[in-house]
Design a protein around this ligand. Sequence first.
Ligand SMILES: *Cc1c(COP(=O)(O)O)cnc(C)c1O
Length: 480
Amino acid sequence: MNPNNQPLLKQLPGVDRILAHGTAEYQFDTIPRSILVPLIRQEIDDLRNRILTSADPLPETFFSPDAIATAVKQRAEQKMRPQLRRVINATGVVVHTNLGRSLLSPAALAPLTTISACYSNLEFDLQQGRRGSRYTVVEGILQELSGAEAAMVVNNNAAAVLLCLDTLAKGREVIVSRGELVEIGGSFRIPDVMEKTGAILKEVGTTNRTHPRDYERAITQDTALLLKVHQSNYHIMGFTASVTLAELVKMGRHYHLPVMEDLGSGTLVDFSRYGLVKEPTIQDSIAAGADLVTFSGDKLLGGPQAGIILGKKEQVEKIRTNPLTRALRIDKMTLAALEATLRLYRDEATAIQKIPTLQMLTLSLPTIQSRAAALKSSLESIGNHALTVALLDLTSKAGGGALPLLALPTRCLGVTVSGISANALEEWLRGYDPPIIGRIENNQFLMDPRTLQEDEPEIIVRAFSALTAQMDSGKLVKRR
Ligand SMILES: *Cc1c(COP(=O)(O)O)cnc(C)c1O
């Protein structure tokens, strides 16, 4: 400790003093005491440690009740802010798993509110006047849209796969191609899920080539299921061969084995009609005769988090009565949002227009270019010379482990602010309220207009105005 600091220890105010001062000057009465008192204590403790450890003399003003109350107020505000918050996705990755995947259409929000705030017929058959099943809520519309005999929904697609394997293949063998043993986002690996259900993985073929005869040779008395898994987040090129779902179905019929396909993302829209790469549709898989098809509600479908299981009545019925179903069941808010999202698919043009995921994926390049130009000129009209904005022709991604080869042409803004590094800029914007998430390339902060929502360019301009004003006044302090 610097000996000059010794007297400061005595001058450190107590909790009560800060409480009184903060209540008079900083509206501490609006902060719950359970939050306030520990924060004051912590702030005083931190200061005591600084006095004890600092080699330099410290100014007395550092420890004024004003300075302490201000710091406590800031900490309290941070603590009271909701943990789950809106962020601005300027990454251009449409189905961004870290940023909440799909945005719900306004049409899906209204029923979500009503069903959450009011009682509903969630498990009540209004016609018969007796207990009903929550699974019937979306079964009809899923049958209608996909052509499947039966449908049910659970918490997410990982749960759907788990449930299907547990129901059909527990303790028995499931045949999968080596080229389809995928890992999705670290925590979901097909072989691991299989192990959890007690199903025995029988890998066939090689990484790049699997033939019908590979499956046929592996079929034994213990075989329970032929499984096809969408490769989702990767693609093999070159000398490749795989067995189509239709071929597997034919084989399954011959050997009296059910065939399941985990589509991963799953789409009801044929994206090749919109100039994007062809992704097999849910309808294709049902038409090919799969006994079970599973996919996510919040990837390319653009709905809430859910796992959808479609297929033959016999198999779906077995799944419904599996006790595990109860543990993985979908909640009413999700069901409300899912039903409303699915209803939009009755007219494809409406779906493309109203479901944010589809709308962003099919956004035309000229539209993006004009949004990029507009944002550039708004940023330039802040009139700060430190700010440089370039327009760059790059690509956006679908994300969500879907369409890995898709590189959607886009026009990004590349921003530099002289005086701070791209990393510091990224960090500052991430600390803004709402946080602005972009990426860094060639020492520029990149923003892709594709994933920006209507009111967000305005917020971005406000953020850059605040940043440059802070820099001009010399107040830009590095955040923790
Ligand atoms: C994404 C994905 C899953 C997991 O789906 P969630 O809805 O995230 O649980 C499972 N299988 C495949 C092939 C996937 O792409």
